[in-house]
Ligand binder design. Structure first.
Ligand code: FES
Length: 118
């Protein structure tokens, strides 16, 4: 079973599980600030679930490719939409600052929360 590590916690899931759901089901706050309320609930329309994922995951969906084609998305070359990402093997997840998580400073890493708050 794949292991997902985020905020210093590691949990198992099944191959193909949705990363957004895995994090949420294990108590990991995926959204920054008002994005906790103002998000699309996983349909790929808002970008608020953006994270960096290191490990074996699904290829980018067509929705993610559209996001990447937008001018504002250039810093997101290493980012994924958690709601569009399937876990295929062990992964480590990092969340960055900003409403959409597109910042450069992490809010939390696979090792735990940082001192900076989004
Ligand atoms: S929750 Fe809106 S794009 Fe993922």
């Amino acid at each position: 079973m794949p292991k997902v590590t985020a905020q210093g916690k590691t949990f198992e899931c099944s191959v193909g599980d949705n990363l957004c759901e895995v994090l949420s089901n294990n108590g990991i706050e995926l959204y920054n600030g008002n994005a906790k309320i103002l998000n699309c609930k996983g349909v790929g329309a808002c970008g608020a679930c953006t994270v960096r994922v290191d490990g074996n995951v699904s290829k980018r969906s067509w929705i993610e490719n559209i996001w990447r084609s937008l001018p504002l998305s250039s810093p997101m070359a290493d980012r994924r939409l958690a709601c569009q990402t399937k876990v295929l093997g062990d992964v480590e997840v990092i969340k960055f600052e900003g409403f959409l998580g597109r910042g450069t400073d992490p809010v939390w890493t696979s090792e735990g929360k940082t001192e900076k708050v989004a």
